[in-house]
Ligand binder design. Structure first.
Ligand SMILES: [Zn+2]
Length: 213
């Protein structure tokens, strides 16, 4: 991997960790190294994302197997990164485990997702030009069968190519972008929106009470 790219990912890891989005070795980050054949640079399994070094990334092929004879272990979640890259054409995929994504993915799981609309920050998502945009956040049931989950995510993205992120129930967020900067921006924007939606929901009983009086 280009040293500038690994520097950016190391910085991103420290930043996301500080903000509570990748605590306790959770989350993983990937970037497309080549399209044909497909090669992904991805953070190795079980690492503290707040303290990544240039040696903590490995390269995998389109089946999730390591290449270049590394001793590092790829995360089971690597398969999901590969599916997202295939289905969306993204150059980078970022996966985080924040409190708000965990809570909202649980509350709305029965409906298979939820809409976010009316917020100015929606304009930070690629292709969105107005706050009147209605963003669907799909939720997939969590499972340890990452192969099945990756297939589900792939077919979901082919049906709804306009979405910018997927939540896994009680687990976290997968988002992506045309480059690493866009993917990182999508994490920031979606986390901001999740927190806004979540906090607003918490205030709803008080708002209702005031209306009745
Ligand atoms: Zn995860």
């Amino acid at each position: 991997m280009h040293s500038r790219t690994s520097d950016t990912l190391i910085r991103l890891g420290a930043d996301f960790h500080r903000r509570g989005w990748v605590l306790g070795t959770s989350g993983n980050f990937s970037i497309v190294a080549s399209r044909d054949p497909l090669r992904l640079c991805i953070t190795a399994s079980s690492l503290d994302k707040g303290r990544l070094t240039a040696e903590d990334f490995l390269e995998v092929d389109g089946t999730g197997m390591t290449v270049n004879g590394t001793t590092l272990r790829p995360s089971a979640e690597t398969l999901l990164h590969i599916e997202v890259v295939r289905a969306t054409g993204a150059e980078s995929v970022l996966h985080t485990h924040s409190v708000w994504s965990t809570v909202l993915s649980d509350i709305h799981s029965a409906e298979g997702g939820f809409f976010i609309e009316g917020y100015e920050m929606l304009k930070g998502l690629d292709g969105v030009t107005t706050h009147e945009h209605r963003e669907w956040i799909p939720i997939l049931e969590n499972t340890q069968d990452m192969k099945a989950l990756a297939v589900q995510a792939g077919s979901l993205l082919r049906i709804r190519p306009q979405v910018h992120g997927i939540l896994i129930r009680q687990h976290g967020l997968y988002t992506w972008g045309k480059d690493l900067d866009a993917a990182a921006r999508h994490v920031e924007i979606l986390e901001f929106l999740f927190e806004s939606v979540g906090r607003r929901r918490m205030m709803e009983p008080a708002i209702e009470k005031n209306r009745r009086h």
